[in-house]
Write a protein that binds this ligand. Structure first.
Ligand SMILES: Nc1ncnc2c1ncn2[C@@H]1O[C@H](COP(=O)(O)OP(=O)(O)OP(=O)(O)O)[C@@H](O)[C@H]1O
Ligand SMILES: [Mg+2]
Length: 697
């Protein structure tokens, strides 16, 4: 995949220049000086030869085939170069040049034209407005980056050229090597998805790292990531997530969802490790590129000082790692050589006067304990210790270790040498314990992703014909919001259980309806204009008698007339009262990048206060539905606390999967709320007592 971009047997540089101040010079110089072994063709109509290579006026005059072209000419001239590529049969082009979509509408138009023409000519394009591509295995530096990264196992792609430059400089300082380096630029053609797939196939790449500001074609990206992340870890930092997602949504779901939820969900569902900061991105990369994955969640901490040990323990508590208490056999072995003042129970504090021998002996014992899956070694540079000697000792023991080892030697001046030793021997060296714990936690969650069973998808009987007809009639009336009775029909078509309901236009009608349904009943205003009925005094629950029903009819209608006089009142809905149940909310909202997103959370009228919700991108698998339910803080309430019977969690799962199916079947659904879905005790199912649906043309 993208073969000619990474392993070209010949490269042409269009706009190659003799002038060192020009980008056209830097690119050619990078290709020449870093040992690229293929044919190099500088293209420059005025220079006969550049940097020792014969130059050609244009692509056509090059006597042999060209696999890859890199262009650094003014934006207006790029179309001409593309035409040349088409004629010459060059199928891979890197457009370094800026001055397209990123500059505004005119540039965007120019870029659109390029996209169309490139497709017609069958030329694949990286860029425009990018730094270029580097492939260390092929010694190819087709970029204007300052320097060549060391060869290594990390593949990196970035939507920001500037971040490429920063990472390159960081990597050279940290002795971290890369297999491939791709600056995506404006992604007019080749996007993160293809680059990720190509790195997935690249045997030199062990860890994939990415910086993204947007994702083209979310579902395709997720599919590719799921495939690749089953073989190698993908760590991505997504910038620009905190945009105000809560647009003026009419539903609770829309109000609670933001694009960052969509990204978090998409990453979670495709095994991508999300880095929250550039520091975390680097920190995770260091760990994944050099250490084996932990076989379990048990972490042991070795430290020569209490404070950092406690900080690490706190971070551990906030993660999914477990600070396993040291078991007796191990403690006995430690007691043989540790002073009596040492603390043996994890964190293992070997005291401030610890020497490198004491560190080594302790680590040796800990590495032998098979109940311990990962080790974090902390050090503060007390007068008694020689940090470099400790580092050497750890390096020696780590060689045969099958568990991940991480270090956080705190300070700077006295530990710099030790950190260098770790960098030279591919042992992650963090400045702070929390960063090490975060990296270890990321490795653990990746291990769990790899162990996840194949996703199961469930499909339900659904009367899609009826639903389609109903949506069409709403659109024909130029409406977007379905009235409650219509929303109920859609849910019925998808097999949801609903309470018996009737709309009454008079008090008498309401009493008749109530006696037909059977007491107790609930009554609600039936109006297409009243969004949140309770807020308007439009709901009465627990009505036991005819008199209560009459009063409720009066109360509800007069409340609405008072508080929302313009509202059209269709009547009052009389509804079977569902006796007992946990109130949860289910919803659909549509994310521009990833499509339909399903929300689940603690429901009822306080939903926007509690905000205890979880999101996943549709279609949901059975496992993802279960994971969403477990994700919310109040999951224990659903399982039943204080002697309460557990709620019908299977009923919730079933409802989530039906809603996901509906969202996929009908792209016209913009937002939906089922709030509440009343979840009865285990085995008794769940009932959708209130629903809202908004559609788009
Ligand atoms: N059929 C029912 N059985 C039992 N309780 C019910 C029923 N219908 C409604 N309720 C209770 O009344 C509350 C409000 O009703 P409903 O959800 O229909 O109104 P709403 O104010 O429009 O809701 P929302 O906050 O979703 O806009 C529910 O959260 C639930 O506690
Ligand atoms: Mg409601």
């Amino acid at each position: 995949m993208l073969q000619h971009f990474f392993n070209p047997s010949s490269v042409a540089v269009i706009g190659a220049s003799q002038n060192p101040a020009k980008i056209g010079y830097d690119i050619l110089n990078n290709i020449v000086q870093y040992g690229y072994g293929g044919a190099i063709y500088p293209i420059n109509p005025r220079a006969p030869e550049i940097l020792g290579h014969k130059a050609y006026p244009d692509l056509a005059s090059v006597p042999s085939e060209i696999d890859l072209a890199v262009v650094a000419v003014p934006a207006a001239a790029v179309m001409g170069v593309l035409e040349q590529c088409g004629k010459k049969g060059v199928d891979s082009l890197i457009v370094i040049t800026a001055g397209f979509k990123e500059t505004g509408p005119q540039g965007a138009r120019l870029e659109e034209e390029l996209v169309t023409r490139a497709r017609e000519l069958g030329v694949r394009v990286v860029g425009p407005n990018c730094l270029g591509i580097i492939d260390t295995a092929g010694d190819l530096n087709a970029s204007f980056a300052a320097g060549m990264p060391l060869a290594g196992r990390i593949g990196f792609f970035s939507q920001s050229g500037a971040l490429c430059v920063a990472i390159l400089d960081w990597a050279l300082g940290e002795n971290v090597g890369f297999s491939r380096f791709v600056s995506l630029g404006n992604k007019m053609d080749i996007s993160e998805t293809e680059v990720m797939l190509s790195m997935g196939q690249d045997e030199n790449t062990r860890v994939i790292l990415g910086y993204l500001e947007s994702i083209e074609d979310g579902p395709r990206f997720m599919k590719a990531a799921r495939q690749v992340s089953k073989t190698k870890p993908i760590i991505i930092i997504k910038a620009g997530t905190t945009s105000a997602g809560a647009k003026a949504a009419s539903s609770h779901t829309g109000a609670l969802a933001g694009s960052e939820h969509a990204y978090q969900a998409a990453f979670k569902q495709s095994g991508i490790i999300q880095a929250e900061s550039t520091q975390a991105l680097f920190g995770y990369a260091m760990a994944f590129a050099s250490q084996p994955l932990p076989k379990g969640r048990n972490l042991a901490i070795i430290t020569n000082s209490g404070g950092p040990g406690i900080l690490a323990a706190d971070a551990c508590d906030r993660s999914s790692l477990h600070l396993i208490p040291t078991r007796k056999e191990t403690a006995d072995r430690l007691r043989e050589f540790l002073p009596s003042t040492a603390s043996l129970y994890n964190p293992i504090d070997i005291i401030g006067d610890a020497s490198h021998e004491r560190y080594e002996k302790t680590l040796e014992v800990i590495l032998k304990d098979e109940l311990i899956h990962a080790v974090l070694i902390l050090l503060t540079p007390t007068a008694a210790v020689d940090p470099e000697a400790v580092a050497q000792g750890i390096v020696g023991l780590a060689k045969d270790a099958e568990k991940p080892i991480m270090t956080a030697f705190m300070g700077e001046k006295r530990v710099r040498g030790a950190r260098k030793i770790f960098q030279d021997h591919a042992i992650p060296a963090y400045d702070y314990p929390e960063d090490a714990v975060a990296a270890m936690d990321a490795m653990l969650s990746y291990r769990r992703w790899l162990e996840e069973p194949e996703r199961q998808h469930q499909r339900f009987e659904a009367d899609t014909g009826k639903a389609r007809k109903l949506f069409a009639s709403v659109v024909k009336q130029h409406r977007h919001d379905l009235i409650e009775s219509e929303a109920r029909e859609i849910l019925k078509a998808y097999g949801f259980r609903l309470p018996e309901s009737r709309i009454a236009r008079t008090t008498k009608g309401a009493v008749r309806a109530a006696s037909e349904i059977g007491y107790p009943v609930v009554m609600k205003i039936a109006s297409p204009d009243v969004l949140h009925k309770s807020d308007m005094g439009g709901v009465r629950v627990g009505l036991e008698t005819d008199v209560m029903v009459e009063e409720a009819f009066f109360d509800i209608t007069s409340n609405i007339q008072l508080r929302q006089p313009e509202a059209r009142i269709l009547g009052v809905m009389v509804q079977e009262m569902i006796p007992q149940g946990k109130e949860v909310i289910l919803g659909i909202t549509r994310d521009i990048q990833f499509g339909p997103m399903i929300m689940f959370g603690l429901g009822g009228i306080y939903v926007e206060v509690l905000k205890d919700v979880a999101f996943r991108i549709a279609p949901l698998s059975v496992e993802e539905a279960d994971a969403m339910i477990r994700d919310i803080r109040s999951f224990p309430l659903l399982r039943g606390v204080r002697g309460e019977a557990p709620a019908d969690i299977e009923g919730i799962r079933d409802a989530l999967l039906r809603l996901s199916q509906m969202a996929i079947d009908f792209p016209e659904i913009l937002e939906a709320d089922i709030n509440p879905l009343l979840v009865c005790p285990e085995g008794q199912g769940a009932v959708a007592v209130d629903a809202r649906l908004t559609i788009q043309e």
